[in-house]
Design a protein around this ligand. Structure first.
Ligand SMILES: [Zn+2]
Ligand SMILES: [Zn+2]
Length: 180
């Protein structure tokens, strides 16, 4: 069996079930594959069965004119602000065109830090955040869901879910929160 591609911006895509081991015929390349992408490609086309190879080489995003994320944080930062969270176009392109999205309630939002897109680590609840709470507290407050709710009641498989990212440069953890 061919070894499937790995993703810099989503290193745990297989462990998280974003890419599942399942026999498919990929809609994009037409090949029989042993892995299927379970997430979304945001596009007007109907795309049901994609293999990870067509994500990694950009061919699926290109063929269907789609993106694997719905929003980037800080894509349009306030021009008056000196320190926006804008990400480099190259890092955004790699995330939107060549990185699998994640399972979300209201659409995938990708966070950035140090001027580039962050690495998506996985789903998180209050328990998973306990040891890094100081790093993500500001994001928890800014999320508007209430930091006590997040810390005490959020579960990684619950109706309110945390999405944990890490900066590829400084290692700072970042948190996006979304609910059903
Ligand atoms: Zn394919
Ligand atoms: Zn950073």
């Amino acid at each position: 069996m061919e070894t499937p591609p790995t993703f810099f911006y989503s290193p745990n895509a297989y462990a998280l079930g974003i890419i599942a081991q399942e026999a498919i015929t990929c809609q994009c390349c037409g090949k029989a594959r042993a892995f299927r992408y379970t997430g979304n490609l945001y596009t007007a086309a109907t795309v049901k069965q994609l293999c990870p190879w067509c994500i990694a080489d950009g061919s699926a995003a290109d063929k269907y004119g789609g993106s694997f994320v719905s929003d980037f944080e800080g894509l349009n930062p306030d021009p008056a602000a000196e320190t926006g969270l804008a990400m480099s176009p190259a890092s955004m392109e790699q995330v939107s065109s060549r990185t699998p999205g994640y399972a979300s309630w209201q659409g995938d939002v990708w966070l950035g830090h140090c001027g580039e897109a962050c690495i998506f680590l996985g789903y998180a609840g209050g328990a998973e955040l306990a040891t890094i709470w100081a790093e993500v507290e500001a994001d928890a407050v800014a999320s508007g869901w209430g930091k006590e709710n997040i810390r005490d009641y959020m579960h990684k498989d619950g109706d309110m879910t945390g999405y944990l990212f890490r900066c590829q440069h400084c290692g700072q953890h970042r948190l996006h929160v979304d609910a059903n």
